[in-house]
Design a protein around this ligand. Structure first.
Ligand SMILES: [Zn+2]
Length: 288
C-alpha cells in the first residue's frame, strides 16, 4: 500500500483518529449499558458494585467493568483500532469515570434522599462514598476505617481488570495490518503430525505458490486426517493470517501438544505470504 502522495500520512492519521473516537463512542454506550445494569440491580435491592463473593472476591465490580468496556472491545475490532499504549490508557480513563459513575448510580437508587451520618448531617455522594468506604468490613464486622480504601482500590482493580481484559484478550497481539487499520483474519490450513518433518518443510517452502501449496496440503494433510492428527499428541498447526482489505498475509506455524480441541499454541514461525497467493488459497478453501 505504498503511496507517493505527501498528504498520505496526514490522511492516515486523520482516519486513525476518527476510528479511535468512534471506538470511544461505543465505549460510552457500553458504559451507559453498565449503568443501566447497575441501576436495575439497585432497584431490585442489589448493590452490584459492592457484590463480593467470600468477602474478598469483587465479582460485581469485575462484571460491571466487563460490561462497561465491551463497547471498546467491539469498536476496536470493528474499526480496527490497535489496542496498545494510548488506546489502553484511554480505556482506563473511561473505566475510571465509569467506576464512579456506577457507584453514583447505585447510591442514587439505593438512597434517593441521601444518607445521614451519626450527627444527622445529610451526606452527598462523596460523603457517602467516604463513609461507606470506612465502614467496609469482613465477617467479624469490625470496620476497616481508612483501610477500607484498600478495598476500594481492589474494587477498581477488579473493575478495570474486567474492563481491560476483554479488549486485551480479544485483540492484543493479534496480527494487524498497519496499512489498512484492520485486524487479520485467520483460517486453519492444516494439522500436521510434528514427526512429519519432511511434509512440514515441504509445505513451508511452497507457500509462495498457491497451486503447489494447495496440492501439497491435499497430499500431506488432507482434511480427513486432521481429527486423527489432533488426537495424536504433538502436531503443527498451519494457519493463514491475512488482512481482509489488502490480503497481505502470513503463514503461522504453531506447535500444539494438548487436547484435541486446543486452538492455538506456541508460535514457531511466521512467514510472509504474498497477497496474490492469499487470494488463491482462500478461493481454493472456499471451493473445497
Ligand atoms: Zn491490509
Amino acid at each position: 500500500m505504498a503511496s507517493t502522495d505527501a498528504a498520505e500520512p496526514n490522511r492516515r492519521a486523520l482516519v486513525g483518529s476518527i476510528r479511535f473516537v468512534a471506538t470511544l463512542g461505543l465505549g460510552l454506550l457500553s458504559c451507559a449499558l453498565a449503568f443501566f445494569i447497575t441501576y436495575e440491580a439497585a432497584k431490585a435491592g442489589l448493590n452490584l458494585m459492592g457484590w463480593y463473593v467470600n468477602w474478598v472476591m469483587p465479582v460485581g465490580p469485575l462484571l460491571v467493568g466487563l460490561a462497561a468496556s465491551s463497547g471498546i472491545a467491539l469498536g476496536a475490532w470493528l474499526f480496527g483500532v490497535r489496542m496498545s499504549g494510548i488506546s489502553l490508557a484511554a480505556t482506563l480513563l473511561l473505566l475510571g469515570g465509569a467506576f464512579f459513575g456506577a457507584e453514583y448510580v447505585a447510591f442514587r437508587v439505593l438512597y434517593p434522599g441521601g444518607v445521614a451520618d451519626d450527627q444527622g448531617n445529610v451526606l452527598g455522594f462523596w460523603g457517602y462514598f467516604d463513609a461507606a468506604t470506612r465502614m467496609i468490613h469482613f465477617e467479624n464486622r469490625r470496620a476497616l476505617g481508612l483501610f477500607g480504601y484498600l478495598m476500594r482500590v481492589l474494587d477498581f482493580l477488579a473493575f478495570s481488570a474486567g474492563g481491560v481484559l476483554g479488549p486485551l484478550l480479544l485483540l492484543v497481539g493479534r496480527p494487524y495490518c498497519r496499512a489498512c487499520y484492520r485486524y487479520h483474519r485467520n483460517s486453519v490450513l492444516a494439522h500436521v503430525p510434528a514427526g512429519n518433518e519432511e511434509g512440514i518443510a515441504e509445505l513451508r517452502d511452497t507457500r509462495s505458490n498457491a497451486a503447489q501449496f494447495t496440492s501439497n496440503l491435499i497430499k500431506i494433510a488432507p482434511k480427513e486426517t486432521w481429527e486423527e492428527t489432533a488426537r495424536s499428541g504433538e502436531r503443527i498447526l498451519f494457519r493463514l493470517s491475512w488482512c481482509p482489505s489488502c490480503r497481505d498475509g502470513q503463514l503461522i506455524l504453531e506447535k500444539l501438544a494438548g487436547l484435541p480441541d486446543q486452538k492455538s499454541g506456541r508460535v514457531l514461525e511466521q512467514l510472509p505470504v504474498p497477497s496474490r497467493v492469499v487470494g488463491d488459497l482462500l478461493a481454493s478453501q472456499r471451493a473445497a
